[in-house]
Design a protein around this ligand. Structure first.
Ligand SMILES: [Zn+2]
Length: 336
C-alpha cells in the first residue's frame, strides 16, 4: 500500500491532516474550460489510497451524492491513508442532464477507456482520469446507477485480471459493497468484461477497481445513496482507513450470467413484475396492449432469473427490451 505522501493531482496537493480541492482542466468549449473537480482528503496517519469517482454517467445521482457525503464526513485527523475523490467526472453531461453519452463527441466514457491524450473530449477525459487520478490509488470505486430510463437493482462488479492478489481484493470489495448480488467478469465466460470500461482498464493497469451500482432513472432516493455510503464505508474499513469491522452481505448471490426479455409487438407496456423480483421460467412479465386496448402479446420470461434492470419506457416497439435478468446462485463462502 502506498502511504499517500506523494498524492497530488496537478497543483492539488495537501499535507497530512489536510483536505484540498480544485479543478483539473482537460479541454475547453468556446465558452470556457472543460474540467472536473478533485478533492483529496489526506489522513494524518499513513495507509491505503482509495479513489472514488462518480458521474462518469452524470445523471446517475446517488453515487455523486454518496461521494460528496463521504468527503464531507471523513475526518482527516482520524483517517489512515488518503481519499482521492472526483464527485462529478463528466461536466458536460452533468450540466445538460444528459444520459449515457457526452453531447460533444457522442462517446460513452465508460466505453472509451483507456482513451488518449490527443483524442476527443471523452478520450482525453478517460486518459486523464486513469493516468493522473486513479493510477495513484491502491483501490478505486466507480459509482454508477441506472441511467435515464433504467430502473436498477443494486449490485457491484469486478473484472478478474488473473493476478491472484488483485482478484482476491477485488472480490472482497464487491462482496463488501453490494447489498445482495455481485458479478465477477471474465472474458470467455457468460459474464465477459465490457470493452472500454473505466474499472476494467484501471484494474489491468494495477489499481483494484470495482463498479458500484445503485440508483435509477435520474432519481436521487436516500436509500440508493445509502447503498453507496454503506459500501464505501465497508471498503474503507477493509482497507484499514477508518475504524470498525467491514460487514459483508449475509446472504450474497453470485451472478452467473444474464439475459434480456424483449417484446415482439408494439404498444403500451403493462408491467407485472418489480425490480429485484425472482422470476420463474414461463412467468408473465408484461402485457403489451395495442392502441385499441387489445392485449396483443403476453411477454414471458423463458427462464428463471432475478429482475436486475427494468426499462422504464411505457410505449414499446418490436424488439425493445422489457427486463434484463441475472442468472444467479448463492455465493460460496469467502474469507476477507
Ligand atoms: Zn453508469
Amino acid at each position: 500500500m502506498s502511504n499517500g505522501t506523494a498524492i497530488a493531482v496537478r497543483d492539488i496537493k495537501g499535507k497530512p491532516g489536510e483536505v484540498v480541492r480544485g479543478f483539473v482542466e482537460i479541454g475547453e468549449t468556446p465558452m470556457g474550460p472543460i474540467q472536473f473537480p478533485v478533492v483529496i482528503v489526506r489522513g494524518a496517519q499513513p495507509g491505503a489510497t482509495l479513489c472514488l469517482t462518480a458521474g462518469v454517467h452524470a445523471t446517475e445521482y446517488p453515487g455523486i451524492d454518496a461521494v460528496l457525503k463521504t468527503v464531507a464526513t471523513t475526518d482527516p485527523q482520524t483517517l489512515c491513508g488518503t481519499l482521492i475523490a472526483v464527485p462529478v467526472v463528466n461536466q458536460i453531461m452533468f450540466q445538460t442532464r444528459t444520459g449515457f453519452t457526452n453531447p460533444i463527441d457522442g462517446l460513452n466514457l465508460n466505453r472509451a477507456a483507456p482513451g488518449q491524450a490527443d483524442g476527443t473530449i471523452s478520450q482525453v477525459l478517460a486518459h486523464t482520469l486513469l493516468t493522473e487520478v486513479i493510477a495513484q490509488a491502491d483501490a478505486h470505486i466507480d459509482c454508477h446507477g441506472g441511467d435515464l430510463g433504467e430502473e436498477l437493482w443494486p449490485y457491484a462488479g469486478y473484472v478478474l485480471t488473473g493476478s491472484a492478489d488483485q482478484d482476491k481484493m477485488g472480490e472482497a470489495m464487491v462482496r463488501l459493497y453490494t447489498p445482495r448480488i455481485f458479478a465477477l467478469y471474465q472474458d470467455d465466460t457468460a459474464l465477459p468484461a465490457t470493452g472500454g470500461s473505466v474499472t476494467a482498464t484501471a484494474s489491468r493497469q494495477g489499481t483494484v477497481s470495482i463498479l458500484a451500482e445503485a440508483g435509477s432513472d435520474g432519481t436521487l432516493r436516500p436509500a440508493d445513496t445509502e447503498h453507496h455510503l454503506r459500501g464505501i464505508r465497508n471498503v474503507m474499513r477493509y482497507l484499514g482507513m477508518i475504524d470498525g469491522d467491514p460487514e459483508p452481505c449475509p446472504d450474497p448471490l453470485r451472478a452467473r450470467g444474464q439475459f434480456i426479455v424483449s417484446a415482439r409487438r408494439g404498444g403500451l407496456v403493462r408491467l407485472e413484475i418489480e425490480i429485484g423480483q425472482e422470476l420463474v421460467a414461463g412467468q408473465k412479465v408484461a402485457d403489451i396492449v395495442d392502441v385499441f386496448g387489445d392485449v396483443v402479446e403476453e411477454v414471458v420470461t423463458p427462464e428463471a432469473g432475478i429482475a436486475r434492470l427494468i426499462w422504464t419506457h411505457k410505449a414499446i416497439n418490436t424488439g425493445d427490451p422489457v427486463v434484463k435478468c441475472w442468472r444467479a446462485e448463492p455465493a460460496e463462502p469467502f474469507t476477507l
